[in-house]
Write a protein that binds this ligand. Sequence first.
Ligand code: GLA
Length: 380
Amino acid sequence: MDPAEKLVSRYRELACSAPEGIWFAPGRVNLIGEHTDYNDGFVLPFALERRAVVAAGHRHDDLIVMHAADLSETVELPLSDLSPGREGWAAYLAGVLWVLREEGYPIAPATLVLTSNVPLGAGLSSSAAIECAVMAAACDLFGLDIAPMERARLAQRAENVYVGAPTGILDQAASILCHAGHGLFLDCRTFETTDVPLPLRGQGFEILVLDTRTPHSHVEGEYGERRATCERAAAILGVRALRDVTDLDTALARLPDELMRRRVRHVVSENDRTCAALKLARKGRLADLPPLLNESHASMRDDYEITVPTVDLAVETALAHGALGARMTGGGFGGCIIAWCFSGQAEHIGSAIREAFEKVGFQEPSWFTAVPADGAGRLS
Ligand code: GLA
């Protein structure tokens, strides 16, 4: 059954009526600009065709009824009981309604039925996709006039406070603000955005997204630990955030330990690479982007230390089999890589990585070719 049809039929079973609408929000890959968002820096993601989809409508009782169609699970709670502390998939839905209510928006009883084809825990923002689809549904359903970037910030707050993951604005901004055929350059301090044309096919390229099937998690230590080190470094350097470091060598000389110096070097150099990518892409020089991806990966591997053996092997194998550039994408410690290749090469490169994984006994990876897609919206 078509996913939208399945959603509507589940909705009918639960609510005994048709949904008032169907909304979606996509996952993303980050082309470049990793672990820069919480340092007030720059990111350049694009949205994927993989999406979370939510069918929703009002209820006549006092309940929020949430159903995950892919798991056949339902969670019901009284509207008055939205407070944080919930775990599992329902936290991503309830968290968004909670944050809206916290902000004083009129939230009413509703049924929400969810499906998603964004791979879970693969670093493609499966959680932001759910949050942003619910945000789109809630804004239309309850008549809330909230600007796109503010929606992203509220969804981020749901993730930070309700779900408990100390993430930045990258994922939610990408899921809401991206446009088909474009990357989204975002200044994470001013929230200014620039749509960056990415005519991949037109210039003879395609981007492979390969899931190494190494699960990652943000709620746990490493992500928060990187973030805390950056904040400590900024405090020592007397700047508001690492985004404000303009002279890297002078800054490094003032930092007390080697580990902190490496973390700072990643963030500052990654910001420079992301700005360089923007300049090149704006001039239409897409062919000059892949070396920046390679530098970004090396920096994540050697300085920020957020890659893992599966990810490094996938990147090395991609490059050895014709990719022009490759890097891990997302928070790290597993998840996906992207490989920038000539058109028609992605399949061959994916297969080469599968063989390399098989040789060393890693799990079989999965992959697809990414097409820059639209951010959140209404399907019907
Ligand atoms: C995760 C977080 C983002 C960002 C990236 C790393 O995806 O959710 O906010 O920090 O990691 O760039």
